[in-house]
Ligand binder design. Sequence first.
Ligand code: PMV
Length: 307
Amino acid sequence: MSVPTSPSCPSAFGAACGKVILIGEHAVVHGYPAIATPLCAVEARVTARRSPGLLRIETEQAGVDTRGLVKVATAVLLRYGHEAAGVTLHVQANIPAQAGLGSSAATSIAVVRALAAAYDLTVTPEELLELADIGEQAAHGRASGVDVTASLAKGVVRFVRGMPPTRIPLQSPMWLIVGDSGMPRNTHQAVAAVAKQPDALRESAFNRIADATQQLEEKLRAGNLQAAGVALNVAHHALSTLGLSTPALDTLCQAATQAGAFGAKLTGAGCGGCVVSLCADEPSARKVETALRRAGAVRTFSERLTP
Ligand code: PMV
């Protein structure tokens, strides 16, 4: 196979947003619903450059799962009749790695998009989901698919494993504020630890999370942010009973609610990573960000969600 080189084949580009799980993490692995949304304050950007030699992944960012990305890139190239070689992928992301903000999903999607641009491939939305999910399975062990779905969504969505997501229309704009504890979390280990919990404890926690997920959906649809915040608090407590919170995450949730957030919970796999909280407007969101930083968050992000 002859490999075109620049300048006849300039580098091609792909990008994808991070994500926030509002509610339903862990339970979603076991078939319960989750609610999630893209976090476009952060993104992954991948450049694909066709060049002789092996398939290579380059990145300056620590914590990028390059082995998972090689699996994704190999699957893309073989699927569309190319050799799994002759391309260098350069990965840049301002999504903190191992923080529960969808870094592995976003980099996987960006890899597929960059290769599609470099090789002029037509990748359907279903194929994009399936191919990016290969990176997720490598990172999570038993990924539900919620991260890839959320990163690709156009707004807040309800997701059940194996089904297309449904959009949740909001009544009015709202703000999500994310605080990063700075403690890396490991999804694979957290999912495995939950699976080892006694069945009764796990089922009781999942049922409470499922009820809170239903509540959150109803309250978001009705524009009742106060009650939506209560659903977040309930889910955080249920996740804590599964051993997924930490003193740092509890402190951040408390700081957010004391500063005026309607509710707060850990987001993603837990045992580290981030919390997410909910406010109605920008001044409140800024106050919560300040409080999160004072309480130890190493970084914060806020995202305005619109109806
Ligand atoms: O990798 P994280 O932190 O975004 O967690 C993903 C959510 C889980 O429910 C814990 C795993 C999954 O695949 O759904």
